[in-house]
Design a protein around this ligand. Structure first.
Ligand SMILES: Nc1nc2c(ncn2[C@@H]2O[C@H](COP(=O)(O)OP(=O)(O)OP(=O)(O)O)[C@@H](O)[C@H]2O)c(=O)[nH]1
Ligand SMILES: [Mg+2]
Length: 393
């Protein structure tokens, strides 16, 4: 599957840059592209210059809102981010249209942080424009949720996050939810944390996008997972994760030859453990029971792809996600490990998201009450979604 990536704001731009790197890896190691083109869009010119892999011409690193922000960002005012995106959308759409490999694109993936201003405001607006313009081409979003400490220290964090989430939910075909807080390493610096998190965010997409692009027969799975399977799986709130189990070979024995049945069982169990790890590595903690669609891809050396391992991994997912329609595939090109890429989609209840809506409603009520000189009103939970504003056209 080939996707066209647009990173918005600082966080989105940096993750898009990682995707550009992922494509370089696919090209050099596997001999094909998985990204049809990659763009970064920002109101902050310095952020655009700080990227390393996205092409450095003005059509790939797109500066917007120059007159309004003087190239210095919107300072977390997501309404301004949305307004600028509306005004400068032509610049972005024209760059996409002029992209040489656009016809090969299976879907768009737009990336932004929910808590900032530029990306948070622009992502819903741009997703809407792309959907209206390219009917039939899926528009996916990846939304990065803030660290918990930002919620406590920066007043706009909760509000921006709730407004962004509601806006993208109304327009994007699916939204990958990525929780910064899930990946944090307390002993590392903030910058190193962000770098490591960005690398972990993009990694699960590698095999997933590569599998369907293989043309060499020995690397094509017995059940090939292609763009159609992925598109059919992605709906609404979505999470992604990858688990890996190293393959241990006994000295003197060729690949996959285990003579003792106990060794074999243990080895099968260990490989199937990659599914457990993928569940543990999901980009946002959620219950697999709440998902209606799921997809997994097993990547392993050809000789390790036994029916037993495939069955065990599939059975395990069926147990934990009994309400999901499950699609699957195998990809015989991994070396020295069994990797499981897992997507859970159409998730009905995401506690963290509901939490943002509830808290944002409380904040809005407090502000409204203050403006009217009233006391803090007691709000009913059902009204939550209606009361969150949106930033669409
Ligand atoms: N994972 C990850 N999160 C980031 C990164 N950079 C910023 N963030 C998070 O993104 C949120 C802030 O969004 P930014 O992308 O910096 O904001 P912006 O879209 O550039 O908007 P303005 O700067 O307000 O114009 C915070 O929650 C940060 O923790 C990054 O490189 N990786
Ligand atoms: Mg910024």
């Amino acid at each position: 599957m080939k996707i066209l990536i647009i990173g918005l704001g600082q966080c989105g731009g940096r993750i898009a840059d990682r995707f550009a790197r992922l494509n370089k890896r696919a090209r050099s190691k596997r001999g094909f592209d998985i990204i049809s083109d990659c763009f970064a869009v920002n109101t902050d010119v310095a952020d655009l210059s700080g990227l390393s892999t996205i092409k450095s011409d003005y059509k790939h690193r797109i500066s917007i809102g120059g007159q309004k922000t003087n190239g210095h960002g919107v300072g977390k005012i997501s309404e301004l981010g949305a307004e600028i995106a509306k005004q400068d959308s032509d610049k972005i759409i024209n760059a996409v249209r002029a992209s040489e490999r656009f016809p090969e694109t299976d879907a768009f993936l737009l990336i932004a942080a929910a808590a900032g201003g530029t990306g948070s405001g622009a992502i819903g607006v741009l997703s809407q424009y792309l959907k209206e313009r390219y009917i039939g081409k899926p528009v996916y979003n990846a939304i990065v949720l803030p660290f918990r400490q930002e919620e406590a220290t920066e007043a706009r964090t909760i509000y921006n996050t709730a407004v962004c989430l509601k806006s993208v939910y109304l327009v994007a075909d699916a939204i990958f939810l990525i929780d910064n807080d899930r990946y944090i390493n307390k002993n590392s610096t903030m910058l190193n944390n962000l770098k490591a998190i960005n690398a972990r965010i993009v990694e699960p997409f590698y095999n997933l996008l590569c599998a369907g692009e293989e043309r060499v027969p020995k690397y094509v799975g017995s059940k090939m997972l292609d763009a159609g399977d992925i598109i059919q799986t992605l709906v609404g709130w979505t999470v992604i994760g990858e688990g890996k189990s190293p393959i241990r070979h006994r000295i003197g024995l060729p690949f996959g030859t285990n003579h003792d049945f106990r060794d074999k069982m243990a080895e099968t169990g260990k490989k199937a453990h990659a599914m457990d790890q993928a569940i543990g590595e999901l980009s946002l903690t959620c219950s697999p029971k709440d998902s209606r669609r799921a997809l997994y891809l097993i990547s392993a050396p050809h000789e390790e792809m036994s029916m037993e391992v495939i069955k065990e991994i599939g059975d395990h997912l069926r147990d934990v996600a009994p309400n999901a329609l499950i699609r699957s595939g195998d990809y015989p090109r991994q070396k020295k490990s069994v990797a499981v890429t897992l997507i859970l989609s159409e998730i009905s209840a995401v506690r963290k998201i509901t939490g943002y809506f509830t808290k944002a409603i409380d904040l809005i009520s407090v502000v409204k009450a203050r403006q009217q000189g009233l006391q803090y009103p007691d709000r009913k939970l059902e009204a939550i979604f209606d009361d969150i504003p949106i930033l669409l056209g």
